[in-house]
Design a protein around this ligand. Structure first.
Ligand code: NAP
Length: 305
């Protein structure tokens, strides 16, 4: 019998993973916030994934954090700012050999979760897959992509990667997961805040070429200083390539602000600025960008962190 996949968070990525694992016949259970959310979920037929216009519903079993059964494998699919508290509610249920997969964007939340669970194996993930919620319990698979998984303290891949093969989740084991997460963070810092401040699509940043280039120089300096020279390599040309390739898209941070949702700023630009401060590195444009973004969020009544 395969180990059950407990999925914490039934949002976009949680649903994208839970439905594909369930479709492959693997045991999956969904952990919802509380009894109200569980009742709402149980009033419907299950989780629906819309792929290329086709909707399929999977009756994945739901539960709340206070369900007594132990958890051996936990996929953490909350936002970065919720991950630590959401996992803390489950510590009493985690088995001594528990493994966690952390899907959060940016950096900072993974270390916070790992620090509260010194005995568990925490696997970090970086994904280019895209999904969004069309409503409660219904998610659209918007962009096919790839997920890299890795463990900063143990290079051996877990055997359950076979489950991901069976579920058709494109992935690879990476011994350089931190480099991948730093690179993605740097790309995000160079693009997303500017799309919020200029209120534009990614492609419109081509008219702010100098501003982007200056940020890339500072971000590359930061990556070098943080021991991530590989993540710094050709950063500006990749940023320009991403801006072009995703020209018609609105960045995730733009969409969060436009929909009056909390952003993950503290785990992206905020994390970068904190790392710079720790290294006593002066990165004036990056710091100014953060100040402008925070002011923008406050002016819209959104959390500054
Ligand atoms: P999301 O749609 O907002 O889903 C987050 C889910 O976590 C929500 O369903 C929320 O519950 C749940 N949650 C929060 N606290 C909880 C708790 N204490 N117990 C149980 N559930 C809890 O977010 P997402 O878009 O999937 O993003 C998750 C992470 O993946 C983020 O770091 C994001 O940056 C990253 N990511 C997302 C994508 C994407 O395409 N969506 C792509 C790459 C990376 P409620 O429903 O009750 O609010």
């Amino acid at each position: 019998m395969s180990t059950t996949w407990h999925v914490l968070g039934a949002g976009s990525l949680g649903t994208l993973w839970a439905t594909r694992l369930a479709r492959a016949g693997l045991p999956v259970r969904l952990i919802l916030r509380d009894h109200d959310r569980l009742a709402s979920y149980q009033a419907g037929p299950g989780l629906t994934l819309v792929e290329q216009g086709q909707a399929h519903t999977y009756p994945v079993t739901g539960e709340t954090p206070d369900t007594p059964e132990p958890i051996h494998r936990l996929l953490v699919a909350c936002k970065a700012y919720d991950a630590q508290a959401a996992v803390a509610q489950l510590t009493h249920r985690l088995s001594p050999d528990a493994e966690l997969v952390l899907l959060q964007n940016g950096l900072g939340s993974q270390d916070a979760v790992a620090a509260q669970l010194p005995l568990a194996r925490c696997i970090f993930a970086s994904s280019t897959e895209g999904a969004f919620r069309e409503g409660d319990w219904r998610v659209v698979f918007a962009g096919h992509g790839f997920t890299w998984l890795g463990d900063t303290s143990q290079p051996t891949p877990p055997l359950w990667l076979d489950d991901l093969h069976a579920a058709g989740i494109p992935h690879d084991w990476s011994t350089e997961i931190l480099t991948r997460l730093w690179r993605k963070l740097a790309l995000n810092c160079a693009i997303n805040p500017l799309t919020v401040l200029h209120q534009c699509r990614n492609g419109d940043l081509q008219t702010h070429h100098c501003e982007v280039a200056t940020l890339c120089l500072e971000l590359a300096e930061l990556l070098e200083c943080c021991g991530q020279p590989a993540a710094a390599q050709d950063l500006q040309s990749e940023v320009e390539r991403v801006i072009q390739a995703t020209a018609a898209n609105y960045s995730s941070m733009y969409q969060d602000v436009a929909n009056a949702r909390r952003t993950e700023i503290s785990y992206l630009l905020g994390y970068a600025c904190q790392a710079a401060a720790r290294h006593q590195l002066s990165l004036p444009h990056l710091q100014q960008l953060q100040a402008r973004l925070v002011n923008h969020l406050i002016a819209r009544g959104l959390p500054r962190d």
